[in-house]
Design a binder for this molecule. Sequence first.
Ligand code: BGC
Length: 758
Amino acid sequence: MLGLSYDSWCITQERYEPEKTQFYETLFTLANGYIGVRGNLVWETRYGHPVTYFAGVFDRTLEVKTSLANAPDWTNLKLTADNETISFEKGKLLEYKRTLDMRQGILYERIRWKSPKRKITRVETVRLVHLEEKHEGLVYGRLMPENYSGNIIMEGGINGYVFSSTGFTNQLKNKHFELVKREEAGHSIYLEMKTHGSNIIVGEATNISLNTTYRQDVKYDRDYISNVLTFHAEMGKEYEFCKYATFYTSRDTKDVRKSALDKLEEIVVRGYREIESTHVLAWWKKWENVSIEIEGNELAQKSLRFNLFHLIQCANPEDEKVSIGAKGLHGEGYWGHAFWDTEIYMLPFFIYTDPTTAKALLMYRYNTLDGARKNAKLSGFGGAQFAWQSADEGTEVCPKELGSPFGETITIHIPEEEHHVVADVTYGVEYYYKATQDREFLLHYGLEILVETARFWASRAHFDKKIKRYVIERVIGPDEIHEHCNNEAYTNFMAKWNLKTAADYAKKFKASDVVKKLKVTSNEVERWHEIADKILILYDEKSGIYEQFEGYFNLKELQLEPSRKGFPKIPSEWRDWGKLQRTRVIKQPDVVLLHYLLGDRFSTDEKKRNFDFYEPYTAYRSSLGPSVSSIVASKIGYPDIAYQHFLKSARIDLDDSHGNTASGFHAASAGGTWQAVVNGFAGMRIQGGHLYFDPHLPKEWQKLKFGIRWQGKGIIVEITHKTLTAWTKDGEEVEIGVRGSMKKITGEKITTPLCQSQ
Ligand code: BGC
């Protein structure tokens, strides 16, 4: 068992608080992009909700069309001495500590439990899900009977009798798997189950061993199989055990059983220490590329690490058929579905730290293009319409009804109206290309997305003869409180960008196979240009404010109230969906987000005016909001506001500030937090094919250091309040802009003084 890392790398729970069990399960989730295992206690409790997910293993049920299926739990252990089984509901918990060590990717747990018959047992465990060897996991432990000798029974099982709740409501329970087989294989056991609706097989195998002599039996129960080890334990003596686990699905292998059992045999031979050390090494290597060091602010440093740790755990560079769900592989919120969250909030982190993973995420969109084409056809449009909520096929899986934040059941218009996701995906494609220059990706895959999404917008917009402008009607923007909006600022501007960008690339690569295959003609490209040029953008010349949609300025100017956690409160008499829609209150930044994403099209003054106008109406009911406001506030010279929003974003899960961390990790907010640091405080942006930095460090920080990958080269940047120092990892030459002037950097550190921002 390796020692734990410094405190700034660890999230620790010092006390057992049953009511917080599911909150900590999310915080302590271990995943590797292939499998996600919530941080349930090794010991069964009444409050826990053990969940194991496999990315891409969706089931179709009656209640919700498609949801990530809760698979068998291989982590559980049961310990019985003299007929007394460890249970937190009985006896006394003398010590309790759980630590997530983010540097090493392990979950440590220590308990000392006094049974009702006053027998004290100490157990320490370490759990891991191998970061690189995606099919391997284990629970290693040590136990000591402190004041007794006697027989101990240790049971380690694979439990397929597990349920999913359907997202937020927690009311309707679903069991997604049915038993296929369970068997003993030498000292190991194997459980195979199949999803009811989608027929995906999941097979898990475990082997448990002890460093003393023991008798081994196998126990069967409903959808359950376990190894039962009985041994004689001496008072004061420490015993070591290890439960090895392997897991495969029919998504990744033809013979699930063979793969799981062969792999298990291999890892048992390799042994606990080798598995732990290769896993820890993989994490160290990972952190070398993504770590951000903040000097002078421990709170910010630790919170940021927490977000990056979980974000890394969500992605799998080897699987181009999955995206990242809004709640990661960490919980049941949003049924495991992917949203625009991936491309707008998470993707930049991967683009700049791990382009292979970024590409895999975009390939998911390419691989689900047919689903998107189906969506467009169903709604009567051309091209491809990416789903608002997307699962395995790319068809729309957003439910039609949901509970509102105020408890009413409301009809969800989002799948028919929240169309900006189409441009958001395309934005991710172009962003990736600009930052990596991956021409192979662009020509084979990205270009097809650009073309098909332009076709969608060309059919979605229509010409209004009266005003001689193209208009887009009945949409929902990022704000989401207001529905059926006409000429929504974010949507129209992003559609304009999508059309224009697609036209430019299609023209540039007119000889490419994709352009030929899709039969893009010069007339079609001209039409995209024409629509883009003439799309209606509502802008009030007098005030210099972009109107969020037609009629927004006529809505009630409701004042939000301050609240304890720093998130504004909607006055109680307005907490009714219909009423709220008649006010200017918005759920999250909309125009302000646009001013970040297409930043070089708007002047600083313009950004400032619009931020000042919209910020008082922004309710931050979505975790996606604070990071965006932090970035824009950094750019317009509001450092304190930028810092406050950054902290809110970084601490959404750690403080459970939205009250729903139990249902999963806020992956978009985590990606946004990275952007708030790199694009906000360090002021990094791409312009005219170059990378620029215009830093504004928070006064609480002394130094910020991070690494990025830019067009195939590694760059390290170190920023203080007075200087920016940069160098390349491999000594190659790169040109970057620092506060507007270009600098050539190489393997040698080059320091540029930071004079006033321009
Ligand atoms: C937000 C959306 C987001 C979704 C998933 C909603 O509350 O308003 O913008 O895509 O959550 O994170």
